[in-house]
Design a protein around this ligand. Sequence first.
Ligand SMILES: NC(=O)c1ccc[n+]([C@@H]2O[C@H](COP(=O)([O-])OP(=O)(O)OC[C@H]3O[C@@H](n4cnc5c(N)ncnc54)[C@H](O)[C@@H]3O)[C@@H](O)[C@H]2O)c1
Length: 224
Amino acid sequence: MATRVAVAGAAGRMGQTVCAAVQGAPDLELTGRVDPALGTTLADALQRADVLVDFTVPDTVVDNARRAVAAGVHVVIGTTGFDPEELQGLSGANIFVAPNFAIGAVLMMQFAAEAARHMARAEIIELHHDRKLDKPSGTAARTAALMTASRGPQAGEIPVHSVRLPGLVAHHEVILGDVGQTLTIRHDSTDRESFMPGVLLAVRRVASLPESPVVGLERLLDAA
Ligand SMILES: NC(=O)c1ccc[n+]([C@@H]2O[C@H](COP(=O)([O-])OP(=O)(O)OC[C@H]3O[C@@H](n4cnc5c(N)ncnc54)[C@H](O)[C@@H]3O)[C@@H](O)[C@H]2O)c1
C-alpha cells in the first residue's frame, strides 16, 4: 500500500516541487496540500496522511510538528530558521529534520568538519535567493556547528556571511585558511530538484527511525 503524504507549505517554492516529486513516486500517494494560500488546513490533511512533509516558515513549523505527531503522523521537516531542540519531547510519531536535503551539501558539511580539524581558521559564505526569510541559512549554521564540534570550541567562532540576491538558489562556500594556503569547499544547488531524492528518502524512512527527533540527512545515508 502506498504511503500517504501531506505537504505543508504546498503553495511555496519547495512545497510545489515536493508535491510533484511525491506524485512521481509509485510507492507514495499525495493526499494533502496544506497551505493558507490554498485555503486548506492541517487538521483536514492529518486525517488521511501517514507522513507530513513541512516546508513552511520558522514561526509555524514546530506547532505543525506537534499537531502531526499528536495525530500519529510522522513528520519530515525541511523548514529552516528554528531551533530543532524545540522538537525534543514531542511524541506520538517520529520526526526527521534536515537543514539541507541535497547530497552534495551533506558531503560539503562532512568534508568541512574533517578539514576544520587540520586548518587554523575558517569562515563560511552562504548565498541565497532574495526571498529567503532566515539568515544565516540552516545549512551554514549546521556546517559551523559540525566544524566547531570537530575542532573543539577553543578554536573560536566560525563567522558566517550571508548574501541575498535574485538569481541565486542555495549556495555555500567554506573557506579554510592556514599559513600560506587556503582550502575552499563549495556546494551549489542550482535547482530545487537537488533536494528531492533526500526528501523522498526521509519520507520512506521516517516511520522506522531508531529515535526521534533525528537531525541531518547523513543519519539516513550512513544507515543505508
Ligand atoms: N532543508 C532543505 O533542503 C531546504 C531547501 C530549500 C529551502 N528550505 C527551507 O524551506 C522553507 C520553505 O522555503 P520556500 O522557498 O519554499 O518558501 P516559500 O515562502 O516559497 O513557501 C512557504 C510556504 O509556506 C506556507 N505557509 C505559511 N504558513 C503555513 C502554515 N501554517 N501551514 C502550511 N503552510 C504555511 C506559505 O503560504 C508559503 O506558501 C524555508 O524555511 C527554507 O529555508 C529548506
